[in-house]
Design a protein around this ligand. Structure first.
Ligand SMILES: [Fe+2]
Length: 689
């Protein structure tokens, strides 16, 4: 019940005529306490009609239950008559895969996933930018239907049905989608069968997965030596995670996994992850410090095991480190960083905020091609509980949740640079300069900078054709809405954002209280935490247009870089996971190779990540570029001319990359090996699963 509030002529807290909530009086429980069994209501006194009614209705339900149960059993019986033999035969057929020469030890879930993936892959032509991105198939700007991620992430992924180029076989129908999602309900069992001494784990999984395994273009003739460990970190899967640290009073390079993984729980029968690999300034291995072999003390003090080259346990330390790094890169950098954060949030904002004829929506169409389908597949098959990724890794469910929830703070993209050091850094070239000042100056980063410069020039020149001035770009409401959504969601994915204000909330709170301050007195602005009077706000200089525009370009460039070369760096892991003695996603205590089940599972997971997409170099997507709505400035190149220059520059860079690789053996250690993942000829325009 509500009643009208009396209002005064001065500053009414509630508007005249508005209703206020009644203040209901407090009621004490009856004392002494009496039991309540819900037998009768207020009107029935001592008569217990409810229990009598329940007896009558219960008898009736039991009578009706007989025909109901009979119908149920008839349906089950009919199903068994019709489908029992084929289903049982199929199940036994899959059990026979355990026989030579295939020797599968993986369960039914992995086998069905393999068959489903093979059916998608075989016969699927590699899509091309000029044929598979027709403008008339682009969908209108709209809020997309989404599914949430099961693990501890505040992230949603658009449903595969929202894909705009749905002729690709990667796009699931509703029945296939339902079946895929249901597959993860199949029971999970562990097989601890090990490789026999001398048994070749590469031959083992290629016999099983040869029909779906991608081309292994990265040549690793030596995987086990100390020099191979250097290559693994300097030019291989660790190249984007190199840090510099003082160790034993000396400056050293280090690639770490301890702080991210060593404390995470794993399933019974598997070892904990861990290992930080240290190198001197000439890239000779110095030591591996492993916090995962022995659990930390209850107060968090680690029990590190330090192993140096040549010592007993050195091979084991190297295997544990390599395997742990492959898990860290796959979970954090690949699944979370590239797929769920960068590609997912950018593509969602693009589709929800930019119209299909918007020049920037068109620009990014090749770079977001099939990303919705790919990420929905990743959600189904990789980041759903009991899906293939959790089965591959040794983590418990809690361990997987912890790994994903820590992922936002484990990425190495420039956002991790502290404010004291000039961060967060969105400009990839500036980030590489920042690393160089720290002492990290590697071929991986030199080629990264070259590619980022080409990409930034491409987007800058393209935007000059559609926006005569940068002020006009900043005044584009759709573009502003796109950046607003993307930046907010990148920040909001962190679990701490659920319990701590985001910067946008703080900004709005300050604005709100500053608006109220003239009426309520100066004190309110202090409550907001801003501590600035409205007058002070008036004097604040307008945000520098050039800086904002450059930020737009940096974010665009970063996205292009991450979904092409960034994805190649973390996703092109064929050579690593093909050999469970090189990198294993899980292994038993003391072992130097993953279990047979793990070898199959990680090979299949990796194959998932290698579905071919349109090539970055040699394709043509100029049909996507719309006519400008305003005449461009005189002398500005057309979008098609800009594209031609982009392709020419990529081709020139590719030639340099290939020359670098061809002359690798003529260089001294540690630069005597190839660098593959930045060669534009290897790159694709968008992420695969
Ligand atoms: Fe991927």
């Amino acid at each position: 019940m509500k009643r009208a509030v009396e209002t005064s002529s001065e500053q009414p807290l509630i508007a005249k005529g508005e209703l206020a909530q009644e203040s209901w009086p407090v009621v004490q429980p009856p004392m002494p306490r009496k039991p309540q069994y819900f037998l009768c209501g207020n009107l029935c006194g001592c008569c217990p009609p409810y229990i009598l009614l329940a007896l009558v209705l219960g008898g009736l339900a039991a009578l009706l239950g007989f025909p109901g149960l009979s119908i149920f059993f008839m349906i089950v019986f009919s199903f068994l008559v019709v489908c029992g033999c084929p289903l049982a035969s199929f199940y036994i057929f899959t059990r026979l895969w355990a026989c030579p020469p295939w020797n599968w030890t993986a369960g039914l879930y992995v086998k069905l996933t393999y068959l489903a993936f093979q059916s998608v892959l075989i016969g699927r032509p590699t899509p091309t930018a000029d044929k598979d991105m027709p403008v008339n198939k682009m969908k209108p700007k709209a809020v997309l239907a989404k599914n949430t991620i099961e693990y501890a992430l505040n992230i949603s992924v658009p449903k595969g049905s929202e894909e705009e180029f749905s002729n690709d076989s990667l796009v699931n129908g509703q029945i296939v989608q339902f079946l895929e999602e249901s597959l993860s309900n199949l029971p999970q069992f562990e097989s601890f069968e090990e490789f026999a001494e001398g048994e070749d784990p590469v031959e083992y999984i290629m016999t099983q997965l040869g029909s779906v395994f991608p081309e292994v273009y990265q040549v690793w003739t030596d995987k086990q030596s100390d020099k191979a460990l250097t290559r693994f970190c300097l030019q291989g899967i660790g190249a984007h995670r190199i840090e510099i640290e003082e160790y034993c009073g000396r400056k050293m390079y280090v690639v770490k996994t301890n702080s991210a993984l060593a404390g995470l729980p794993v399933r019974e029968g598997f070892e904990h992850y861990g290992g930080d690999a240290y190198f001197d300034m000439r890239w000779n291995p110095v030591a591996i410090i492993d916090n995962g072999l022995h659990p930390a003390e209850p107060d968090g003090t680690p029990n590190p095991v330090v192993t140096q080259p040549g010592e007993l346990g050195w091979d084991r330390a190297k295997f544990r480190f390599r395997s742990s790094l492959s898990v860290l890169v796959t979970v954090v950098d690949h699944l979370y960083g590239i797929h769920l954060q960068t590609a997912n949030l950018f593509t969602t904002a693009l589709r929800e905020q930019l119209s299909p004829d918007h020049p920037m929506r068109r620009f990014f169409t090749p770079f977001t091609y099939q990303t919705i389908s790919v990420n929905d597949n990743a959600r189904n098959n990789l980041v759903q509980m009991r899906s293939i990724a959790p089965r591959c890794f040794g983590f418990t469910d809690q361990g997987m949740q912890l790994a994903f929830s820590a992922a936002p703070s484990l990425l190495k993209t420039g956002l991790e640079v502290s404010a004291e050091e000039g961060g967060p850094i969105f400009d990839r070239v500036k980030y590489i300069e920042y690393l160089k000042k720290q002492g990290i100056d590697t071929e991986y980063y030199r080629q990264s900078a070259e590619l980022a410069i080409i990409m930034k020039k491409f987007i800058r020149s393209y935007m000059e054709y559609y926006y005569p001035t940068m002020e006009e770009a900043l005044a584009d409401p759709e573009l502003a809405a796109f950046f607003g959504q993307f930046m907010h969601q990148v920040e909001f994915v962190k679990p701490t954002a659920l319990t701590h204000s985001t910067s946008k909330e703080e900004e709005m709170k300050r604005a709100l209280f500053n608006d109220l301050a003239p009426a309520a007195g100066a004190g309110l602005s202090c409550i907001a935490g801003g501590g600035q009077s409205p007058q002070a706000n008036d004097k604040k200089p307008a945000r520098d247009a050039r800086a904002t525009y450059e930020l737009y370009l940096d974010i665009f460039t970063q996205f292009m870089f991450l979904v092409t070369a960034g994805h190649e760096q973390v996703g092109a892991v064929e050579a690593y996971v093909q050999d469970a003695a090189f990198c294993a996603f899980k292994w038993t205590p003391g072992s130097l190779v993953g279990t047979k089940q793990t070898a199959t599972c990680q090979g299949l997971l990796m194959s998932f990540t290698s579905t071919p997409m349109p090539k970055l170099l040699g394709e043509n997507w100029t049909h996507l570029f719309p006519s400008p709505t305003k005449p461009p400035k005189p002398g500005v190149k057309t979008a098609s001319q800009v594209f031609t220059t982009f392709q020419e520059e990529l081709a020139a860079m590719s030639k340099k990359c290939q020359e670098y690789n061809d002359t690798a053996s003529s260089r001294a250690f540690p630069d005597n090996v190839p660098m593959y993942v930045l060669d534009p000829a290897r790159l694709e325009t968008s992420i695969s699963v």
